[in-house]
Write a protein that binds this ligand. Sequence first.
Ligand code: GLU
Length: 484
Amino acid sequence: MVRVRFAPSPTGHLHIGAARTALFNWLYAQNHKGRFILRIEDTDFARSSEKMSKGIIEGLEWLGLTWDEGPVFQSRRIALYQKKAEELIKKRKAYYCYCLPEEIQERKESVQKRGKYWKYDRRCLHLSEETKAQFEKKGKAKAVRFLVPEKEIQYIDLVHGQISINTTHIEDFVLLRGDGMPTYHLSVVVDDLDLGITHVIRGDDHISNTPKQILLYEAFESKLPSFAHLPLILGPDKKKLSKRHGVTSVLQFKDDGYLPLAIVNFLAQMSWSPGKEERIYSMEEMVQKFSLENVSKGSPVFNLSKLDWLNGQLISQMPASDLFPLVQEELERENLWCKDFSGKNKEWLMKLIDLLKERCRTLKDFSVSARPFLSDDFPVDSAGVEKYLKDERLPALLSILREDFAGIDDFRAENIERVLRATAEKEDVKAALLIHALRMLTLGMRVSPGIFDVIELLGKEKTIQRMSRLEQIKDFNKSSREKL
Ligand code: GLU
């Protein structure tokens, strides 16, 4: 059975790259009806924090990447790593090293000064029994080092293909530090073995660690898992994606009004195509189609406008009833929520959501575009005032239109449109003149969904009231321009 794991270190947030690793592991497990295990690699006590672990867990849950086992916390398994290191010492595949870091540094510098290549000089491998006994007597701190054999390591990476590395330049790396704490290489291999991991799917930044880990599998006389290294995600400047690019935690995207399915599609489509079209795929579709062999070898570039597009696609496809709770949250945050929306005005809000969703790229856009429907306090686009409210015929035309609107019994979009067009014809002006003016007066915006639907939802009373604000808005616009 396929068993994969996501193994974040809680020294930082669940960033985009890590979330992609989690997603690909999850998809692989689901596709093979295997198991997805969450392991928190928190042995770096100084840099790890519980808050980060919680944030990572929250981020995974939000994305819908639930795990079948775990979370396994490495910090609770130190004794196991120590036991495994001792096992290698007994088999003479590892040895104690009593060198202090400053002693090693001194030797390294002197070798490098002579222009030579440095790797740990195995001084402690050759210590006499007598010296060792002396050190032990003194209680000198000792690390455990792996004895790296001379050989050619070969494996097939499921993304990159055949990889071969000679061990010549790999030094006898540390497994347990002087304080008894395991290094990443030891804990990762011990855990992957203990948890029966069959496929190690992780970022390319770990590709240089794999040879050392393969040596450890061999030392433990265990079967290798398959490896798949996912190409690193780059920022728009083609450098490794980082905070500098303004891309932080996945949960930041939640706060910014993105939907988990859009993020998952974005992550998936960065280095793998679930189908020919660029569109939103459901989790089920992605699970069905996922294969590591089709992951591209090249580094994908983080493209925020693609994410915006996908998020907008998803929002426009969602039924208003699904969007409702999300829009509620957003409106509450912006103090635009009114409790009648859960009661007698629910239908009205659903209609508004349906009207606005086509043009919303994020949930945040709902509060911006819904504001004029929910409050009289909304911004007015001053360039729009200049362009569409300047015509000298407007005061008279609007007052006629107001009266014509007042006469509509059934204030529905088609009736509103019919009346407006008739007024335009009667007064011998283009309907567009009235439409643009109406849009500016009712919403303060130059673009919006169909104006007749807008006006229907706004209602007769509010529409007529806003139509009489022409002079007020023009004056305000003038004075605010003078101030500038
Ligand atoms: N803890 C490592 C990290 O966060 C991942 C280890 C692994 O996947 O082997 O980068």
